[in-house]
Design a protein around this ligand. Structure first.
Ligand SMILES: *Cc1c(COP(=O)(O)O)cnc(C)c1O
Length: 381
């Protein structure tokens, strides 16, 4: 058993714990044969809004759709600019491009690795319509500072909370602070469906109404299309699964935080930059992402030692081909470029066992020690 590799994420371990609850919920949904926009979607939307501390939640087809529908609902489109961070999953910027607007890619703060509020203000032009801070790796961006700037320039703030279900900033949860919060329930997220799913939270009733129309062909009643929309509905089976999992989310996030604390303790002083939890922010460790100067070597050596790892993400957004076309160059966003060259995600999921954490730490510290010794100059030279 201990010889099996330690996986980066272990969805099967979680399924074993909730198998009966999930299968029962799916069976009830199928027995009712209410498959779209039925009781599970409605109940999940109410439960998730309450969980986040927002008044409304609108379930949609994916996290990417959540972002582009949020922009669409705010009237963002061709000719508009939207500020996004350079260190994020591509979908944050792609959603902006998909509604015809232009992403303005801004650098991050070194400590939190989230959008740097000091750089946001300078990036605002008369075309700026929205800012999308990303709660990267599960820690919230400095939304208070960003909101002050947004209000001054009359632009909306859309939280990309795809990695931050349950994360907090000064006691308020992700998805309740910006004008809108966008969530992904991709299978490996802290709250993950067993298929594709996403949601948008807001406390603005008219935005919630608009989003309900947009996700369902603008339908006010059957075949009454009061505006243009699309098909991006959350389905009943995924909603049933999400309702089961939402009941476990707080304990799963608490377990992730304990594992992160153990890893922080075991990995301290080994030449890695460990994740920093800012005061007044509750990190939910979607990723446990360290920075290592010889990341690729370390990653290979860990693989040989039976420890899986990931790279989130290997290239900053501005250097991805679709955005190089906008004129961005290497060196333009130095903090994000430094992070993407070094970032390494170690195994992190609620069901991670203590022996697995010790194995991860032993593998990393053993390798780091070898590396330090090898790089020390020989005496007498
Ligand atoms: C996962 C993710 C998305 C996209 O969500 P999907 O459900 O995969 O479309 C967007 N932004 C961030 C930061 C993500 O991690």
């Amino acid at each position: 058993m201990t010889d099996l590799p330690v996986p980066l994420v272990d969805l099967r371990a979680q399924f074993q714990v909730i198998r009966d609850e999930v299968l029962h919920a799916i069976a009830v949904a199928l027995d009712s044969m209410r498959l779209t926009l039925g009781p599970n979607v409605q109940a999940f939307e109410e439960e998730f809004a309450a969980y986040c501390g927002a008044r409304y939640c609108v379930g949609v087809g994916s996290g990417t759709d959540a972002l582009s529908l949020a922009l669409w609902a705010c009237g963002v489109g061709a000719g508009d600019e939207v500020i996004v961070p350079a260190h994020t999953f591509i979908a944050t910027a792609a959603a902006v491009s998909l509604v015809g607007a232009r992403p303005v890619i801004v650098d991050i703060e070194a400590a939190s690795r989230c959008l740097d509020p000091e750089l946001v203000e300078a990036a605002i032009t008369e075309r700026t319509r929205a800012i999308i801070p990303v709660h990267i790796h599960g820690q919230m961006a400095d939304l208070d500072a960003i909101l002050v700037i947004a209000r001054r320039h009359d632009v909306v703030v859309i939280e990309d909370a795809a990695q931050a279900h349950g994360a907090e900033l000064r006691g308020r949860r992700a998805g309740s602070i910006g004008d809108l919060g966008c969530f992904s329930f991709y299978c490996s997220k802290n709250l993950g469906a067993y298929g594709e799913a996403g949601a948008i939270t807001t406390s603005d009733e008219s935005l919630a109404e608009r989003l309900r129309l947009l996700r369902n062909h603008g339908s006010a009643a059957q075949y009454e299309h009061v505006r243009l929309g699309t098909n991006s509905r959350l389905d009943e089976i995924q909603a049933a699964v999400l309702r089961v999992k939402l009941r476990h989310l707080d304990s799963w996030n608490a377990a992730r935080r304990e594992h992160a604390a153990s890893l922080n303790r075991l990995l301290a002083g080994r030449g890695l930059e460990l994740p920093l939890e800012a005061p007044e922010r509750k990190h939910v460790y979607h990723h446990y992402a360290v920075l290592a100067s010889e990341r690729d070597m370390l990653r290979e050596a860990l693989q040989d030692a039976g420890v899986q790892s990931g790279v989130h993400y290997s290239k900053p957004v501005h250097l991805q081909p679709p955005y190089r076309e906008l004129g961005y160059q290497p060196g333009d966003r130095p903090v994000a470029e430094r992070v993407t060259a070094r970032v390494l995600s170690l195994p992190m999921y609620a069901e991670l066992r203590e022996d697995q954490i010790r194995r991860v730490a032993a593998a990393v510290t053993g390798l780091m020690q070898t590396k330090v010794r090898a790089s020390q100059p020989r005496r007498g030279r």
